[in-house]
Design a protein around this ligand. Structure first.
Ligand SMILES: [Zn+2]
Length: 356
């Protein structure tokens, strides 16, 4: 039985907002007992039950906990739940910060912002991803079994990556790598998730005028479409695997990011430049793919079927429509970031949601 002072663990609570009335911003989070929620009482005799998590114990990972290990062997991070069983926390990811990384670590998870991403060489299936969190920056080597498979990832995107391995090379430089085929390898681009905008409890609304002064790279803003015209819009081919634009070279189509030939496996889409505004500021931004379709509310095929004068008229009708957007600073990282005229931010709208 629990009593005042007992420590509880809560798995999969239902998260809802608490607003005093319909006109107020939701300010408080409310955790409710939902259909998938489980509550655990953590044993009070902590000095007996506490286990020390070392990196080698978190080698096998998964996104969910398991109450009954398949091999029926409890790991060293198993806590008794009640008389009938125990919870094995070895399946929970172990999140580290960049400053925590050192040699001989496996199964490490990082959450941060992408500051650069590129292919190591034109041939091969290895890429470099640079991730920054509040404690530092780390360059990660991504090794794929075939082609790039993580969808679109760009500078300024918030990502979660797990299954990282850290080692020291011959000259004692830390090397961090991630292999697609390693069990427990997981990559999530949070900037592109619909939940980022749908779940109001996950974000605070920023004003556009706050953007240049903030250390955060991703912001959620409520904006109206201030300006868009036919010159703002370009139709291009996008590579399905990575979402980047495909270049037309003399010997065929080549992805500008993966550098692979992609005669098949590409889809037409919009490249859109637009001005968004709120009461504080106007910002010139860009977006591609599904986000551009959300703004334009028309598919590339449907748009191309319109006569030219109707295209212009159609775009004009979209002005002043309201959207909630996730907007990311895609400028390259500058050490000791200083506010000056040369450091022009480039803003990408990674998600947009039309407000009725
Ligand atoms: Zn590609």
């Amino acid at each position: 039985m629990g009593r005042a002072g007992s420590m509880l663990a809560l798995d999969s609570p239902y998260i809802s907002n608490f607003a005093h009335n319909n006109h107020e911003e939701p300010q408080e989070l409310c955790l409710e007992y939902g259909s998938a929620t489980q509550v655990y009482l953590v044993p009070i005799a902590q000095h007996e039950e506490q286990v020390f998590l070392t990196p080698t114990q978190v080698r096998s990972q998964g996104p969910r906990l398991s109450c009954a290990p398949v091999d029926n062997m409890a790991s060293q991070v198993t806590l008794p739940r009640d008389l009938h069983g125990a919870v094995d926390f070895s399946k929970y990811p172990f999140r580290a910060y960049v400053s925590d990384l050192h040699g001989k670590m496996v199964g490490v998870s990082l959450f941060g912002t992408v500051t650069s991403v590129c292919k190591v060489s034109t041939s091969g299936s290895t890429f470099y991803l640079e991730i920054e969190d509040a404690t530092g920056v780390v360059l990660t080597k991504l090794i794929f079994t075939g082609h790039w498979s993580l969808g679109r990832v760009g500078v300024g995107h918030m990502v979660y990556i797990s299954g990282l391995t850290c080692s020291l090379n011959k000259i004692n430089i830390l090397e961090v790598s991630w292999s697609e085929k390693e069990p427990g390898s997981l990559f999530v681009n949070l900037s592109l998730l619909p939940a980022l905008l749908n779940s109001t409890c996950l974000h605070n609304i920023s004003l556009l005028s706050d953007l240049p002064h903030s250390a955060n790279r991703t912001h959620i803003c409520r904006v109206r479409l201030d300006h868009i015209d036919c010159d703002s819009l370009k139709l291009s081919l996008f590579h399905n695997l990575c979402g980047y634009v495909v270049d037309e070279l003399p010997d065929g189509l080549q992805c500008s990011f993966c550098k692979v030939a992609c005669q098949n496996g590409c889809t037409p889409g919009f490249q859109l430049h637009l001005t968004i505004a709120d009461d504080s500021e106007k910002v010139f931004a860009w977006c591609v793919g599904q986000t551009a379709v959300e703004f334009l509310q028309i598919s590339p095929d449907e748009y191309m079927e319109l006569p030219e004068d109707e295209q212009a008229m159609y775009l004009f009708t979209l002005q002043n429509e309201s959207f909630t957007v996730a907007i990311a600073n895609t400028s390259k990282r500058v050490d000791g970031y200083a506010e000056n005229a040369e450091a022009l931010p480039v803003w990408e709208i990674t998600r947009a949601l039309r407000c009725e």
